[in-house]
Write a protein that binds this ligand. Structure first.
Ligand SMILES: [Fe+2]
Ligand SMILES: [Fe+2]
Length: 255
């Protein structure tokens, strides 16, 4: 599928370990072919592409998913770079803000490192979504929506072979799930993602997205964004305490 996969190069031995935030910018952390940990270099895009190719080759479920949805495999590192420096970074900031404002009895068992890691990696799967869908300046049609909605599963499958904690993987997979459990991917009886963890990431994700300019709409104001999310509280999709924590964060830090 990827012609270079059969050519064993040193570059393919790199491994994506995690993501960290430095001066407000997200960097992907790699172990390179010499075992050195690196954050960013002149080869950043090539490294990212090689890391994603390696992740695909390690998990055959990814190619099957792409085939099932008839997605032509291509790796959009431009999108990944933008997401890492923009939306995923913002989501992380808001998620950490929500977490800090949440009452202790609500956040029992929630690990801040896991929330940080998952929010910084949550949309990684978009690297495999065709850019004409990602950047469509209009509403997606039914078929395009179906393709877009597999990005959380693709992100999970990409990261599954990368020594990333299961808790982080679950949050990446279910960051579009909600309190009513009618989001995506569809839950089976055996799957019980941690509701508060998912709520923190998904609420931060929605708020950050509303506060950003998108190709199909302008950036919404703080009040407009909070009102939209309040409707989701009334619909039982967002946990009231998580929403209140978001209100506290937005009032103090999103001027
Ligand atoms: Fe997403
Ligand atoms: Fe997102």
């Amino acid at each position: 599928m990827f012609p270079n996969l059969s050519q064993k190069t040193k570059r393919e031995n790199i491994k994506l370990l995690s993501a960290v935030q430095i001066s407000g910018v997200t960097f992907f952390v790699y172990k390179n072919e010499d075992g050195k940990i690196c954050l960013k270099s002149g080869e950043e895009e090539k490294l990212q592409k090689a890391a994603v190719k390696k992740m695909i080759s390690l998990n055959p479920r990814i190619s099957k998913l792409l085939e099932r949805y008839r997605i032509k495999p291509s790796i959009d590192t431009k999108t990944l770079k933008e997401l890492a420096g923009g939306h995923m970074n913002e989501t992380c900031k808001v998620a950490m803000g929500i977490l800090s404002m949440l009452a202790e009895n609500i956040k029992i068992g929630i690990n801040s490192g896991t929330i940080k890691e998952a929010s910084m990696l949550h949309d990684l799967g978009k690297v495999l979504i065709p850019s004409k869908i990602l950047n469509k300046p209009a509403k997606l049609n039914k078929k395009e929506r179906k393709i877009m909605n597999i990005h959380s599963t693709l992100g999970y499958e990409l990261l599954k072979t990368q020594n990333i904690k299961e808790e982080t993987l679950d949050l990446v997979k279910y960051h579009h799930q909600n309190l009513k459990h009618d989001g995506y991917p569809i839950l089976t009886d055996r799957q019980h993602p941690s509701d508060i963890g998912v709520q923190i990431i998904s609420t931060a994700d929605k708020y950050s997205a509303l506060r950003e300019t998108r190709v199909y709409r302008r950036k919404l104001s703080r009040i407009e964004s909070l009102l939209i999310l309040y409707k989701e509280v009334l619909e039982g999709k967002i946990h009231k305490e998580v929403y209140n924590a978001l209100l506290g964060y937005a009032a103090q830090f999103d001027k």
